[in-house]
Design a protein around this ligand. Structure first.
Ligand code: F0G
Length: 458
């Protein structure tokens, strides 16, 4: 008999979770102004809001916590992290930050000026926010296939090389400080970028003498897809692939809450000492002295250990197969999801799921609300609300895709939980034709409005 797939870990500590009733949830979501960020976690049964900072640390990470050195300057924890970044990722210099967006803030303070263009593949919302707040523009050069939710492409996160070339041909190169490649591409569905594509982007960066920055939140998951989908890499280890990816980058920003499996933390790593020195000034100003930069020593220790664990094949296989397990259940039920299934999350296609709700009434948010009411499952809208208004015209932006993301925390839930989530979605799918009205915005912030938006049910 063939062995079923089994997790590459066992569980040593558990955290109880509790189900509420439908009646309670209807009240809870109303009180939360129909914004899932406003719901208390104790009212959520299965929390798929994000895979960021929600993973379970290993016993080795927890023991590293006890060895943390909390010295202000020169802590051994800093050197532990420095060593992991050098040996696993290949960067000589690094600056710790409290999380990924802080890394963006510090690095972009050095690199971006007003009027600049930053081409890349579907910039993440904080990345775009940090570009736009500096009165610069994020130019999305993702391949068109990324907008087709059912078309199979092994590397749907790829940069369209022709689109990227056009940005350089049509604009003065002084206006383009760097290219940013996000691996995996979160915004377009946790889709990976191929090594081939990274190399081609690097060639363009070299041709125009601009930097290549990698937004690396899920770099290890990206490496898994390179190993399993890109022929030339099938016999390479994840660690070899990771080293090669970053060999093409001048710098990286990292949200360690994802592929370093810690609850809080981030960093910038770079090859150039001059850039390191310039960024250090902003790091001290915004984050903290360069040997802690917003992190405690114990967290730096756990992060260093996490980088090592996350770049092991067995861990990644367990992780990505669980996401696939949920995705395959939904496909069995006929639920429209983004395919191929990405690395960290399932993305439900809300335009197909709720065809009776108009785009002006935010179908993805409407669906996310329904999933909470149905089963106490919390996902997140990745659609028009998250896309914010155009910074100049202030009109709502309607991105090609309107999705609900169900992000799976690392090493946290079991496959029974995935079955429960699938049943929740199926139940809403069965009554989808009765859902005809969405929501309207009653209060919103000028940028990153989805975190605090207040809504009313129509
Ligand atoms: N880049 C990517 C690709 C991300 O997915 C995130 C965060 C960041 C940068 C910012 O990192 O949260 O540590 O400041 N993504 C989280 C998510 C919030 O839910 O996908 P951060």
């Amino acid at each position: 008999m063939e062995f079923p797939f089994a997790e590459s870990y066992k569980i040593k500590m558990v955290e109880p979770i509790k189900r509420t009733s439908i009646e309670e949830r209807i009240k809870i979501i109303k009180e939360a102004k129909y914004n899932l960020f406003n719901i208390r976690s104790k009212h959520v049964f299965i929390d798929l809001l994000t895979d960021s900072g929600t993973g379970a640390m290993s016993h080795n990470q927890w023991s590293e916590m006890m060895l943390g050195d909390e010295s202000y300057a020169g802590a051994s924890s800093y050197y532990k992290m420095k060593n992991a970044i050098k040996t696993i990722l290949g960067f000589e210099h690094f600056l710790p930050t409290h999380q990924g967006r802080a890394a963006e803030n510090v690095l972009f303070s050095v690199l971006i000026k007003e009027g600049d263009l930053v081409p890349g593949n579907s910039h993440f919302d904080t990345t775009k926010g940090h570009i736009e707040i500096r009165k610069a523009t994020a130019v999305d050069c993702t391949i068109d296939d990324a907008n087709d939710t059912t078309k199979y492409h092994p590397f749907k996160g790829n940069v369209d090389i022709n689109k990227l070339k056009k940005v350089f041909e049509n604009n003065p190169v002084e206006k383009i400080p760097f290219i940013i490649v996000t691996i995996t591409n979160n915004t377009s569905g946790g889709q990976p970028v191929s090594m081939q594509n990274i190399k081609e982007v690097k060639q363009i960066a070299d041709k125009y003498k601009v930097k290549l920055v990698i937004d690396s939140a899920r770099f290890a998951e990206n490496a898994y897809f390179i190993k399993t989908r890109e022929k030339a890499y099938e016999n390479k280890s994840i660690k070899e692939i990771v080293k090669e990816i970053f060999s093409y980058a001048d710098a990286m920003t990292m949200s360690s809450k994802k592929d370093a499996i810690v609850n809080m933390g981030g960093f910038i790593a770079m090859k150039d000492e001059k850039l390191f020195k310039e960024a250090s000034v902003f790091n001290i100003l915004f984050e903290g002295f360069i040997t802690y930069g917003g992190m405690s020593g114990r967290d730096m220790n756990a992060l260093a250990q996490g980088l090592d664990e996350a770049t092991e094949f067995d861990y990644l296989e367990t992780r990505i197969k669980q996401v696939e397990y949920l995705g395959n259940l939904l496909l069995e039920y006929g639920v429209p999801i983004l395919e191929p299934i990405g690395g960290h999350a399932i993305f439900v296609d809300a335009l197909k799921f709720l065809p009776n709700v108009s785009r002006e009434e935010f179908p993805a948010q409407t669906l996310a609300i329904e999933l909470f009411i149905e089963g106490g499952v919390r996902g997140v809208e990745i659609g028009a609300i998250m896309a914010d208004r155009d910074p100049i015209s202030r009109e709502n932006r309607f991105p090609e895709l309107e999705l609900v993301r169900l992000a799976i925390p690392r090493r946290t839930y079991t496959n029974n939980h995935m079955q429960y989530v699938a049943a929740t979605i199926k139940n809403v799918y069965d009554r989808r034709n009765d859902i005809k009205k969405g929501v309207k915005i009653v209060n919103e912030a000028p940028v990153l409005r989805h975190f605090t938006v207040e809504l009313e049910k129509l």
